[in-house]
Write a protein that binds this ligand. Structure first.
Ligand code: GPV
Length: 823
């Protein structure tokens, strides 16, 4: 067919073209005269101007892919934590400076326009942000890909801090409209729930099963274009919204049941109303399971539809689609694809199973046993009677195989079964994902090793060839170029800009670490970034912080295993030293925390309160005299994070070894020249390898030591009794020193540490405090510190998500780039 013509007009990317398109959008899209256009009108007009460019490339992408014998990556994720689009798209298009110029000419501040964008917070933290980085890299590497997920009407809640406590407010990201998405009311799927199954014979006399569901909803596609960096590939993020199917309304209307019809509508739309704000461990709620099935079923139906458009035969499906399961949230896909192929398409079991296993890959993101998803069989079978049967059949065949390999080993059979029967009956989603995938991976070397040795040991013994490691990465576009323009310019001045696509080339900066003038410049940029963060902190919290002090930052979801409270214990120790010796020599430090707590996670919320209470006391104590400041930065999200990573001197990555699968914040900090204080956990291990042990502050037990200590009976009290400073620290909290004499407030926290200390803070406290002492000394030698900082940035190339995606493409997905031409 004729190539679609969309040159000229709004596709014109010259300065004049952009300016004209922008003015047109103010007028024809927003319906405003320039003189009465609101801030939002201007933002919308800019966004549509940019979107026109994306759509131009999107059409070219679809056009040039059609009819080719290619393979598409399909990334299934319950979360995509994208962050604001506008700035990112300007960078990827290469028109950032042009648009800055236009804004200036038209007489307004582009920062104010950027600030107007509400970010799509469709994720909780690391897992959702990783999915967003991977979409950026897939497009930047020109790999055909679709991200599939849920269009939550309310994303992750907005966090406010009141009286030191977290207060949640609903996120209203769609309130003023979303210029980045295209509703596709004609692309819909039906998704069913409940009911029963019934056997029948098909026209060839074969035994078949039909599912007679209790209710059915409609999924509607909403598409967001995802443009790669300085390429024409524009991929698709397709998010599903749940609606009522029309027939329900008609039926109800016919019997005069107006309210019934409206009820049904509300009931259906509920499915995609809100993101569950718990990350690991997830909550075992029925609606959550419905969400998972809803988006997985829509996505698989969509892939089959697209595949059939190309006229392909179903038994070759896996040659054209590689589906990646982002943790077990979409693992139901294994059973759903079997149902679609066998029940709907009439395939036999064996070929359908072959297609399924060849299509799916599974990424595990956690070692916390309580975070491994399992659903009560009763709940599961009630919602998905047919999938339950399919899972039993998968399990029967699988366990037969286990019994053939290990005759008489019934303990192994029980351990590996898809059904957990050790007290109640549960469907184990990780087992379903393992059995139904040809590839299983962890997200850092250590994590992948521990998966093989521990969590998925039996599966590794049975099919070692399925296992591999894919260390996480982050996109240098958003987390360096966009977040840190000062540093980007400085680096570009030395080594050009090719590192933005090939971050291994950042190594060329290494010699600059020895150049005093460059170090001076490096410090100047860091100071500017710290002033910038100091301004934002003042605006949001009223707290004054000194940009000359060391910025020591821990931002991430609040979790006991991430040990924000270990950081607090150390702050209190420093405070205690000052109180005991007012002339105590401490390099001035500003401790900055940020992150959300799951609304039902009491201990995490109490830790936020503790941080704020300690801050209140320390920040106003005249004895401290500027040496210590403690800040809790409210509402950490992608938009706010851009002020934070570039301003850090020290990055806190202090999880209990063996608990953090990878971490990705650790990478964002180090790329921006922060030094890390951290345990040998997750990707910290590899970061330390890359930057060099001499440029990393290591402390704490190893994962092996944590395990053996636990096995031999860990007694926190022993560490407590051996460390007088730790005693004084805990005593200050317990005595009500930070809570106006209230000894009850932090008692749950103190008791948990004294009597259980599940995450071994006491065992690591001594080593942590010692190494913090070395950090203090190191910061005094500013030249040497700067050297280490430069080397951190220069050696972080490995942690670009481009590298990670290349590995997935080569080892798991077997997909190749498809360059897209504009003309
Ligand atoms: I499972 N992760 C997350 O954010 N939410 C989850 O539900 C689960 C895992 C995180 C891990 O905690 C991080 O260590 C990891 O870096 C990230 O996933 C991306 O792999």
């Amino acid at each position: 067919s004729e190539p679609v013509s969309c040159t000229g007009g709004r596709a014109d990317m010259s300065l004049d073209g952009l300016r004209r398109t922008f003015r047109e959008h103010v007028f024809y899209t927003q319906g405003r005269f320039p003189s009465v256009a609101t801030r939002n009108d201007l933002y919308m007009a800019f966004a549509y101007t940019v979107r026109d460019q994306l759509l131009h490339r999107w059409i070219k992408t679809v056009e040039q892919m059609a009819g080719k014998d290619l393979k598409i990556v399909s990334y299934l994720s319950a979360e995509f934590l994208l962050g604001p689009h506008l700035e990112n798209n300007l960078i990827n298009l290469g028109i950032y400076d042009d648009v800055l110029g236009i804004a200036k000419e038209e007489g307004f501040d582009i920062q104010v326009i950027f600030d107007q964008e509400e970010e799509p917070g469709l994720g909780n933290g690391g897992l959702g942000r990783l999915a967003a980085c991977y979409l950026d890299s897939l497009a930047s590497l020109e790999v055909p890909a679709i991200g599939y997920g849920i269009r939550y009407e309310f994303g992750i809640f907005d966090q406010e801090i009141r009286d030191g406590w977290q207060v949640e407010r609903t996120d209203q990201w769609l309130r003023l409209g979303n210029p980045w998405e295209l509703a596709r009311p004609e692309i819909t799927c039906r998704v069913s729930f409940g009911g029963r199954t019934e056997p029948y014979q098909d026209d060839r006399g074969r035994y078949r099963v039909r599912w007679i569901p209790h209710r059915t909803v409609k999924g509607v596609a909403y598409d967001t274009p995802i443009l790669g960096y300085r390429v024409n590939t524009c991929n698709l993020l397709r998010l599903w919204k749940a609606e009522a199917i029309e027939s329900f309304e008609f039926e109800a209307f016919n019997v005069g049941d107006y309210y019934g019809a409206v009820d049904e509508k509300i009931y259906s739309e509920n499915i995609t109303k809100v993101l569950y704000p718990n990350d690991e461990p997830v909550q075992g709620k029925q609606l959550r399971l419905e969400q998972q099935y809803f988006f997985v079923s829509c996505s698989l139906q969509d892939m089959l539809r697209i595949y059939k458009l190309g006229g392909g035969k179903l038994d070759r499906f896996s040659r054209h689609f590689a589906i990646q399961l982002n943790d077990t949230h979409p693992a139901l896909g294994v059973a759903e694809l079997m149902r679609l192929l066998v029940d709907e398409e009439g395939m036999d079991w064996e070929p359908a199973w072959d297609v399924t296993c060849k299509t799916f890959g599974y990424t595990n993101h956690t070692l916390l046993p309580e975070a491994l998803e399992k659903w009560p069989v009763e709940l599961f079978a009630g919602l998905f009677p047919r999938h339950m049967e399919i899972i039993y059949e998968i399990n029967r065949r699988f366990l037969d195989e286990v019994r053939r390999r290990w005759p008489g080993d019934e303990a192994r059979v029980a351990r590996m079964s898809l059904i957990d029967e050790s007290g109640g009956r549960f469907v184990r989603m990780a087992h379903l994902a393992c059995v139904g995938s040809h590839a299983i991976n962890g997200v850092a070397e250590l994590h992948s090793r521990l998966l093989k040795e521990d969590v998925l040991r039996d599966f590794h013994e049975m099919t070692p060839e399925k296992f591999s490691n894919k260390t996480n990465g982050v996109t240098p576009r958003r987390f360096l170029v966009l977040a840190n323009p000062g540093l980007t310019r400085l680096i570009e001045g030395k080594i050009g800009d090719t590192w933005i696509r090939r971050p291994e080339e950042l190594r060329k900066l290494e010699p600059c670490a020895d150049d005093p003038a460059f170090r001076e410049e490096w410090r100047r940029v860091k100071l500017e970034n710290k002033k910038n963060l100091a301004r934002v902190i003042r605006e949001r919290t009223g707290i004054e912080v000194d940009p000359a002090s060391m910025f020591d930052i821990q931002v991430k979801r609040l979790h006991e295993y991430k040990r924000q409270h270990l950081n607090v214990l150390h702050i209190i120790a420093l405070y205690d030293r000052i109180k005991r010796n007012p002339s105590y020599d401490l390099c001035p430090r500003t401790f900055i925390f940020g992150g959300k707590a799951a609304p039902g996670y009491f201990m995490a919320k109490l830790i936020i309160k503790l941080i704020n209470s300690v801050g209140d006391t320390v920040n106003r104590d005249p004895d401290v005299n500027g040496r210590l400041k403690v800040v809790f930065f409210p509402d950490l999200n992608v938009k706010n994070a851009k002020f934070i990573y570039p301003a850090a001197d020290l990055s806190e990555q202090i999880s209990t070894a063996g608990k953090e699968a990878s971490g990705t914040g650790n990478m964002k900090f180090s790329m921006n020249g922060a030094l890390t204080i951290g345990t040998l956990d997750g990707a910290n291990v590899e970061i330390r390898e890359e930057v060099g042990a001499e440029n990393f502050f290591l402390f704490g037990l190893t994962a092996e030591e944590v395990y053996s200590l636990k096995r031999d009976g860990y007694r926190p009290m022993e560490y407590f009794q051996a460390n007088p400073e730790l005693q004084r620290v805990v005593e200050r909290i317990a005595s009500g020193y930070f809570s106006n004499g209230d000894r009850e407030l932090f008692k749950p926290l103190v008791d948990a540490l004294m009597f259980h200390d599940t995450f071994m803070l006491f065992a690591d406290f001594g080593s942590y405090a010692d190494v913090q002492g070395r950090v203090d000394e190191a910061y005094r030698d500013r030249e040497h510190w700067t050297r280490m900082s430069i080397l951190n940035s220069a050696r972080m190339g490995k942690f670009s998500s481009d590298r990670a995606i290349r590995e997935y493409c080569e080892d798991i997905w077997k997909v190749k780039p498809v360059p897209i031409l504009l003309e």
